[in-house]
Design a binder for this molecule. Structure first.
Ligand code: 4AD
Ligand code: MG
Length: 457
């Protein structure tokens, strides 16, 4: 259908005085004695277009005034009666699709929880359409950032035979019938599609390393899957994962890239989504814009794990989980450090080796690895990364210690055998990042169809 975007009608001053056609959904309508006003959105802009219908000139189908109806309106673009921008003096309004009264997205504000029950319609609200425009802008900004810094975009497999790092429980991929009867697990999988046990990847890192050890700098941006039984506001079974991997880099360079990328993307969102950010500031998180501005302008804090434990021990709060050197930081600990102590993003570095993955570079102290988590206020961990162990003997020793199946990691070990080099990278949970920039408090509200424990709609 020939029509133009509402965003263009609102922004492009050269359209004033010309006749255009717009298509969209009616959000509200009002009447005066002489005029009907329709507020219409087509998804291209946060602001709605006011379509003005002069009753003496145009007999409007009453269905066109119903909330949710889709219409095509043709008319002259004029300066808005109030404020900046433009409105449309309608010459014709055509009903495209009726919307009956049981449409669940009505004018009155509903709860996010209610809207989670209608994921196919909730995008039509201000909140969700704003979230998804910001999500798109942030994703584009990530690609732009890496492309302009000569990171090659690689597509790592989603179906995998190895549980990348024991990062989480893997979902199995199988075509075996449910009632298959076998004597052993091995025999069962031998008959399966791939002839061995397969699952959905929890991370593209190990394959990303393969690419980085040839292309220098790479990144992946795709879904990762984790069958963790974590029913929290920041865990999904299917989440979007940004994973750069950098050859000839040690931990400080990995952190530099992480900080620079986050700042770049936050800046892009502030610049490209001003109306959405105003909305989030007003209705979702007061102080959001200042928080993000502060991110862009200030240096992230860096804290040794060992110091983090000291701070937490001295903290004037009772934690549910006790703190001792060697423990994994819980969300409550992460939140204390980033929200109360530093009040900004914090890289925690050099974690005890026992609580981190086998591939992380072992520090000379023999106790810690060159790992980092980036913690942010309101969420906790949004990035996990490390320098990788590049020494074949050290890597092998750890894998043996952990009783890993060496045969299935032969390719990974080959990277250390043939021209090994220091390298490292990180994983950003993209959905958590979108929570952070929009202020949304539940990860279920920043993805189209969230997949979580016992929930797949
Ligand atoms: O800390 P994680 O497990 O690190 C890795 O997977 C590494 N292989 C990354 C790398 O070095 N290339 O996960 C990275 C990030 C976390 O910090 C978190 O933001 C996000 O991925 N994440 C999740 N997001 C939503 N739901 C889940 N279940 C998530 N699990 C991890
Ligand atoms: Mg982690």
């Amino acid at each position: 259908m020939k029509h133009i975007d509402i965003e263009n009608v609102l922004q492009d001053k050269t359209l004033l005085g010309s006749t255009v056609t717009v298509c969209g959904w009616v959000r509200t309508s009002r009447e005066s004695a002489a005029v009907t006003f329709l507020e219409v959105t087509d998804g291209t802009s946060f602001t709605r277009l006011q379509v003005v219908v002069d009753k003496s000139k145009l007999a409007l189908d009453p269905e066109c005034t119903k909330c949710g109806a889709s219409i095509a309106a043709t008319g002259v673009v004029v300066k808005a009666f109030k404020g900046e921008g433009a409105e449309l003096n309608a010459e014709s309004v055509r009903l495209l699709g009726k919307c009956p009264g049981d449409y669940p997205i009505q004018k009155k504000r509903t709860t996010l929880e209610f809207l989670r029950g209608i994921p196919h319609l909730r995008l039509r609200t201000n909140t969700f359409s704003a979230v998804f425009r910001v999500r798109s802008v942030a994703a584009q900004a990530i690609h732009r950032y890496f492309h302009s810094h000569r990171f090659y975009y690689v597509h790592t497999p989603l179906i995998t035979a190895s549980d990348c790092e024991g990062a989480g429980e893997m979902f199995r991929v199988t075509t075996q019938p449910w009632n298959a009867k076998y004597d052993s697990e091995e025999a069962y999988y031998r008959d399966d599609f791939f002839g061995r046990k397969a699952g959905l990847s929890v991370s593209g890192q190990l394959e990303g390393e393969v690419a980085a050890m040839a292309l220098g700098r790479i990144y992946t941006f795709g879904p990762s899957f984790r069958a963790e039984n974590s029913n929290t506001t920041r865990h999904l079974a299917e989440f979007w994962h940004v994973e750069p991997e950098i050859a000839f880099a040690e931990l400080p360079e990995v952190m530099e890239v992480a900080e620079d990328m986050i700042k770049n993307v936050v800046r892009a969102v502030l610049e490209e989504c001003p109306a959405e950010m105003d909305f989030f500031e007003k209705f979702v998180e007061s102080g959001l814009k200042a928080k993000l501005q502060n991110i862009v302008e200030s240096k992230f804090a860096v804290l040794e794990y060992t110091e983090a434990i000291e701070l937490l021990k001295k903290a004037d709060v009772t934690f549910q989980y006790p703190v001792d050197w060697g423990c994994d930081l819980q969300t409550e600990h992460e939140k204390y450090l980033t929200e109360h102590y530093f009040k900004k993003p914090v890289f925690v570095i050099n974690y005890p080796k026992e609580i981190k993955s086998f591939y992380m570079k072992q520090n000379p102290d023999g106790k810690t690895v060159a790992a980092t988590d980036l913690l942010v206020p309101g969420i906790g961990e949004i990035i996990g990364g490390s320098e990788r162990e590049a020494d074949p003997d050290k890597l092998l020793a750890v894998m043996k210690e952990r009783k890993m199946d060496l045969a299935s990691y032969q390719q990974y070990l080959d990277l250390r055998k043939f021209g090994t080099a220091p390298h490292g990278g990180f994983g950003l949970g993209f959905d958590r990042f979108v929570m952070y920039v929009t202020g949304m408090e539940n990860i279920r509200d920043v993805v189209l169809f969230p997949r979580t424990v016992k929930n797949i709609m």
